[in-house]
Design a protein around this ligand. Sequence first.
Ligand code: SF4
Ligand code: SF4
Length: 232
Amino acid sequence: MATTTPVPTETECPPMDFGDLKSECVAPRPSIMGQKRSLRSILWLSFKGILRGLLTTLSYFRRPSTVVTQQYPENRETLEMFERYRGRLSLIHNEEGEHGCTACQICERLCPNASIIITKDKKNEATGKPALDQFIWRQDTCTFCNICVLVCPFDTLEMTGDFESSVYDRRLLVFNLNEYAGPTAGQLDKLDDEELAKEQMKPMKKYQGPIPMCGGEMDGIPKLDVEKSTDV
Ligand code: SF4
Ligand code: SF4
C-alpha cells in the first residue's frame, strides 16, 4: 500500500529568514583586484582592435590590388557597377541610332506604378504601322523592379549601371528614352528609300515628359501631348 508524505500544517512550518534569502540573491561585488583585471582586459581588447586595423591598412600599401574601397569620385571614369545593378532604365539603340520599340505599350500597362508613359503615332505614313512617338520614363516614381525589362517582347529595354542621378529638382527625373520618334530599326530597314527612312526619324530631346509633383513648367521641358497618348 502506497504511503504519502504528510503535509505540515501552517503552525508546523519554520518561519522564513528573509535576511539570509537576501544575502544569497545579491551578486557578490567584485574585489578591487577583480575590477583591475577586467579594466586591463578591456584596454587590451581595445588595443588589439586598433592594432589589427592599422595592420590591415598597412597591408594595402604592400598589396594595392586587394583594396576594396572605391576611390569615388576620383575613379569616376573607370568605375564599373555590378552586372545586376539597376541604375537607370534605357531604351536600346543600335549603332545607327535606331530603336526596336514598336510602341506596343505592354511595359506601360504592366508597370506597377505608372512610371512609363508611351505616346505613339497610330499609323506611320511610310510603314503603315504604329510608331513610337514618346517613351517617357519617370525615374522619380520608378521602383526599379525590372518588370518592364522582363516583359518587353522585343528585348529593347535594359537597366544600366548609371547611378549618378542626383538632382535638386525632382521634375528633372522625367526622361524621354527614345532618341527619335518613328518606326523601329526593322521597319526602317524594310523601306527601300533611304531618304524616306531618314525622314521618319524625328529627333527627340532627353527631357520631354509630363511635369510631375504639380511643379508647373520648366524651360526646355515641354508638356506631354495628352491627345496623342493612351489607347493601343
Ligand atoms: S522598373 Fe518597374 S517601376 Fe520602374 S518603370 Fe519598369 S516596371 Fe515601372
Ligand atoms: S519597350 Fe517593349 S514592351 Fe515597351 S512599348 Fe516598346 S516594344 Fe512594347
